[in-house]
Design a protein around this ligand. Structure first.
Ligand SMILES: Nc1ncnc2c1ncn2[C@@H]1O[C@H](COP(=O)(O)OP(=O)(O)OP(=O)(O)O)[C@@H](O)[C@H]1O
Ligand code: SF4
Ligand SMILES: [Mg+2]
Length: 357
């Protein structure tokens, strides 16, 4: 019987970097759960803390970074407390990562076969001919033709799409429970992007691992995620099933993101970029991080960070508009049931602000 609730459970994660200009709180209270065989999308614009969240799980942060708080439970055990030796076992056997640019991850002076077989011998008990056979098998799995020939080739001899397939093969060599893909297709052209995502889903179905898909492009992962978390300024601003996020967005930033991508339904609409610049993590707003760019911002948004509330059982968001609506709904209900003892007080701070700067 399973003795843990989730395969991976990230709880109130805080990750900080020490810089010359001060402490950067890159991840500020992020929580999510990932279950076996599920695909979780982490979406947000550049600098929102997606990669730092992923790197915190694997403990591959830059030297000036540290996990400053929270828990990362893998099968119920808090791995944020593990030492480097334990973590290197975790990275080898339990969790693998694919980076955005395969050229920076593949070593240009070693052949594909050399690198693939090294990954296999490092993380499995296969050696020599068995490791080679496994390398061929992995290349076939990721749809590379003439695998024997490819083993002898060097990364520069392969196309971008093929290099990314090799990276996927390497990441899967140890059959991890969790595969983290950090913008795996951003460096590729659109048709190859679609092929690689399809391949990942196909392999996920065959091997059954869970995937964390990190991307700035909601459109790209629309169809493959069971759940999506949307990040802004190092926090989760909205989470839910892919359908809820797409068809019932409840945070102003998510709505902006959806308006800025071509319609998933194919309808022709003018794309609207989100105005303003991403926040400076060294100078975070006091209230909602999205406030300086939000057209719906209210006075309270400037002052207080909105708490996450459940919209329904599959969906939660951290936006004052939902809190206001919920309070208004509750007030209306209690007015209906009250014995004419006077209306309840209106929720505080709901006046709209005139400036959103
Ligand atoms: N080594 C570091 N030192 C200082 N700040 C850092 C460091 N690494 C990341 N950060 C900061 O942490 C924040 C989150 O970075 P992160 O790489 O997670 O963004 P991201 O959401 O993955 O963006 P992108 O889409 O550009 O990859 C950024 O503001 C970034 O500047
Ligand atoms: S909390 Fe306020 S500022 Fe933030 S997204 Fe909601 S309305 Fe906009
Ligand atoms: Mg990133």
């Amino acid at each position: 019987m399973k003795e843990y609730e989730h395969l991976l459970s990230v709880q109130d994660l805080h990750t900080a970097f020490t810089t010359e200009n001060g402490e950067v709180q890159a991840v500020n209270g992020v929580s999510f759960d990932l279950d076996e065989h599920k695909v979780l999308g982490i979406v947000g614009e550049s600098g929102s803390g997606k990669s730092v969240t992923a790197y915190s799980v694997m403990q591959i942060l830059a030297e000036n970074g540290r996990i400053a708080g929270g828990r990362i439970l893998y099968k119920g055990e808090d791995i944020s407390k593990w030492d480097e030796k334990q973590m290197s076992g975790f990275r080898g056997r339990n969790c693998s990562i694919i980076f955005q640019d395969p050229m920076t991850s593949l070593n240009p002076v070693f052949s594909v076969g050399n690198q693939l077989m090294e990954a296999i011998t490092l993380h499995t008990n296969k050696r020599g001919a068995a490791a080679r056979a496994r390398a061929v098998e992995m290349l076939e799995l990721v749809g590379i033709n003439e695998p024997e020939k490819r083993l002898k080739q060097y990364p520069f001899e392969l196309s971008g799409g093929m290099r990314q397939r090799v990276m996927i093969a390497m990441a899967l060599a140890c059959e991890p429970d969790i595969l983290i893909a950090d913008e795996p297709t951003t460096a590729l052209d659109v048709t190859i992007q679609a092929q690689i995502l399809e391949l990942m889903l196909d392999i996920q179905k065959k091997l059954g691992m869970a995937i964390i898909m990190v991307t700035h492009d909601l459109g790209v992962i629309a169809e493959m995620c069971d759940e999506i978390i949307v990040m802004y300024g190092g926090r989760v601003c909205e989470r839910g099933t892919a359908d809820e996020i797409f068809y019932n967005p409840k945070h102003e930033y998510t709505k902006g993101l959806l308006h800025s991508i071509p319609s998933v339904t194919g309808a022709r609409e003018k794309l609207q970029p989100i105005e303003g610049t991403p926040i400076n993590m060294l100078n975070m707003p006091k209230g909602c991080a999205f406030c300086p760019r939000c057209k719906e911002a209210m006075k309270i948004c400037l002052e207080q960070v909105p708490e996450e509330i459940m919209i329904n059982k599959d969906h939660a968001a951290a936006c004052w508009i939902n809190i206001r609506d919920m309070q208004a709904g509750a007030a209306q209900n209690s007015t209906k049931t009250a014995d004419n003892n006077g209306a309840p007080e209106a929720a505080e701070g709901n006046e709209e602000v005139t400036s959103n700067g």
